[in-house]
Design a protein around this ligand. Sequence first.
Ligand code: GLN
Length: 309
Amino acid sequence: MKDLDRVVAEIAEEMRTRPDRGRVADYIPELARADASAFGIAVVDASGHVAAAGDCDAPFSIQSISKVFTLTLALGMVGDRLWSRVGREPSGSRFNSIVQLENEHGIPRNPFINAGAIAVTDTILNGHQPREALGEILRFMRFLADDNQITIDAAVAASEQRTGYRNMALANYMKSFGVIQNPVNFTLGVYFHHCAIAMSCRQLAMAGRFLAHSGRNPATGYQVVQPERARRINAVMLTCGHYDGSGEFAYRVGLPGKSGVGGGILAVVPGRASIAVWSPGLDDSGNSHLGRIALEKLTKRLGLSIFGL
Ligand code: GLN
């Protein structure tokens, strides 16, 4: 991709010195330790070339970005039956909101809000022990990123396990409707741990390649999912990947993307590239403030928006 290395380096430099950096999440105490001055970016293009800059090799807590991969795994296990347990419409509410669940009989709006992701995790857990389900998720991440060094940050998982009262409320509430089938503490244990996977921008961009290339890893030729499934996962990322900030992200960036409260964003340029950015400070919707700004600049300068130049 022409000018990719130069533009990525420029953006990292611009982000390094910006004074507006958002607010680091502190409702999971361990996440509050993140350094607000960090910024990293990595772009893998279709040829496998990686343009990376800033703190692109520093591992961070991927949090809700893991939900893209658990969705992929759950669809692989139960196919379209998954959609009887979770919807695929934008919620317009915060990522940890409980309000819609009562009106909608315990069926979460989409797989990326917390309630939906917990229901997806419960699907992966069916017929397995929590340890096996978690191992499956971690192996999938390592396989996609082609990197066996990826691990779970046990301190982050324990921190959320101690303080995740809202997620406990969501899971118990869904359990009362029969939407959660396993013991709530098992499902949440797996959920908290997959959110606590630590990865760098480089690793995450590598893991996202299959979504940018019709379900196939262009480096190995391995078909991870069918093209139709990759297209549909991208569609859900576009409409739901940034919670109540999804409209704004589509408007400004114009790519399917998924954020996490660790400050990471994975974005997909269909046919062209997989991108990961990281800056721990968040905006009011819980999405990386500088991460979104950096992606906006990148898509603008390189003409990458799916909606045109
Ligand atoms: N583990 C976090 C939570 O459940 C994930 C939220 C997020 O990244 N938006 O609150």
